[in-house]
Design a protein around this ligand. Structure first.
Ligand code: FCB
Length: 441
């Protein structure tokens, strides 16, 4: 194996997906709280206000992390916990919670990798127009600045924004909070959230914080089903809309002519200023790639009913963990990236994960998936590619956004009634994998 001891092996979570704790200690509602209150938006009527109760069970979760042997933990700050109205006075109890988390992690030799925005915009800001409002970059920069001043001396890794596409899903498609379905709004919101990311980087440098700062973008590369011009065009359009829009701007120098022309003809072109691009062109220290899968797409033939999407195209959705390395190299080459890369998320959603008669959850499919993904990362290292960490999504089963509690990504099973955590077979497997590297690397 090519992994060395200093490679970061972690697990990832997000505040809205695990913290719960209701609105205790002054947490302000987020757009996900409001979205979950609308009937039919989230599977099973699930609400993020319960989640895994990590707000009160952090010590227990830390113990799980120590037992797993990880050396880094990717988590996010709930914006509304520290700034209940989104801007203005800090909520000291919220700040104290994160201070304690970071201190305890550092004490345990687990480096916190902290995301500022993992989709939970304070509802108070949504009421002012949310990400569609150009002021969002100032709101975010105020929040980011406050966090850097509190924690910039200790937290080694920062991420501005996790997966900017979620903003589009929330404002353009309506499947995520806040649930608007308007492409022009969606495009404006996704333009603005990236401007905010740049403003966050600027605030970071100005604060004199010690660590490194980067962005996280998920790559779901599409491959055409056949080499027909229609299938090739569809794959290109899907790539442009679903990930290139973000990488072109945050890892490159701006949007592609293809997407700008498309939006112009649709009448959905966002309002943009030079200043927005100045901010996103500021250098970042690393790129965090979230990788789950690659997809095969094709134009649906008449009478063809197969494929998951049910729309006008066919989409094949099998897991391809082995493509992780190929995609990472492709992104690095496309943007001539010479900054370090971290795999900030990778994982597998299991169905019917109930304990067998021996009491164990035999999530062998997850193990096979992770094994292939890690082999792919190992090959990258063998080729001398600068990848420095790998974070499994997720530490435990949690609130999986619109899929509620039914989609299970955890290494650890969460009983949502009792909040008891139980290791799945994959947790033991990951622990042993890390142990092997630490002994040999
Ligand atoms: C990613 C999200 C993360 C989680 C996983 C399964 O897109 O960043 O919060 O939902 O998918």
């Amino acid at each position: 194996m090519n992994f060395k001891k200093d490679f970061l092996f972690g697990v990832a979570t997000a505040a809205a997906q695990i913290e719960g704790g209701g609105f205790a200690d002054g947490r302000g509602a987020s757009i996900w709280d409001a979205f979950a209150d609308k009937p039919g938006k989230i599977k099973g009527g699930a609400k993020p206000s319960a989640a895994c109760q990590s707000y009160t069970m952090f010590d227990d979760d830390l113990k799980q992390m120590k037992d797993l042997g990880i050396n880094s933990y990717r988590m996010s700050i709930s914006w509304g916990r520290v700034l209940p109205k989104g801007t203005g006075a800090l909520n000291q109890k919220g700040v104290d919670y994160y201070k304690r988390c970071f201190d305890k992690l550092l004490e345990a030799g687990i480096a916190p990798n902290v995301t500022l925005y993992h989709w939970d915009l304070p509802q108070a800001l949504e009421e002012k127009g949310g990400w569609v409002n150009r002021d969002s970059q100032y709101w975010f920069s105020e929040y980011a600045d406050k966090m850097f001043r509190e924690f910039g001396g200790t937290v080694p890794y920062w991420v501005t924004i996790n997966e900017p596409i979620a903003t589009y899903v929330g404002y353009g498609l309506g499947f995520f909070a806040p649930g608007h379905k308007d492409k022009a709004w969606g495009n404006q919101a996704r333009h603005n959230v990236m401007t905010a990311s740049g403003a966050g980087v600027e605030a970071f440098r100005a604060s004199g914080a010690k660590g490194k700062i980067g962005v996280v973008i998920d790559i779901w590369k599409r491959f055409p089903r056949t080499d027909s011009p229609e299938d090739i065009a569809l794959a290109k359009d899907e790539d442009e809309e679903n990930w290139k829009f973000y990488t072109d701007r945050l890892l490159g120098q701006g949007y592609s002519k293809y997407i700008l022309d498309k939006f112009y003809h649709e009448g959905t072109l966002p309002i943009m200023y030079d200043e927005d691009f100045r901010l996103t062109n500021l250098p970042i220290d690393f790129y965090g790639m979230n990788y789950y899968n690659t997809l095969t797409v094709g134009v649906r033939k008449q009478a063809e009913t197969s494929g998951e999407n049910g729309g006008n195209f066919y989409i094949q959705h099998q897991s391809h963990p082995e493509n992780l390395g190929k995609i990472l190299k492709f992104i690095k080459a496309s943007y001539k990236l010479n900054i370090p890369v971290y795999v900030t998320e990778n994982g597998f959603s299991g169905k019917n994960e109930t304990p067998a008669s021996d009491g164990m959850i035999h999530d062998d499919e997850r193990i096979a998936y992770i094994d292939k993904a890690l082999k792919s990362v190992d090959e990258l290292l063998g080729e001398g590619i600068d990848v420095r960490g790998y974070y499994l999504w997720s530490l435990m089963d949690n609130f999986e956004w619109s899929a509620g509690y039914e989609s299970k990504y955890g290494l650890i099973h969460t009983n949502f009634e009792t909040m008891e955590r139980t290791w799945k077979k994959s947790a033991y497997w990951y622990r042993d994998f890390i142990l092997k590297v630490m002994n040999e690397g």
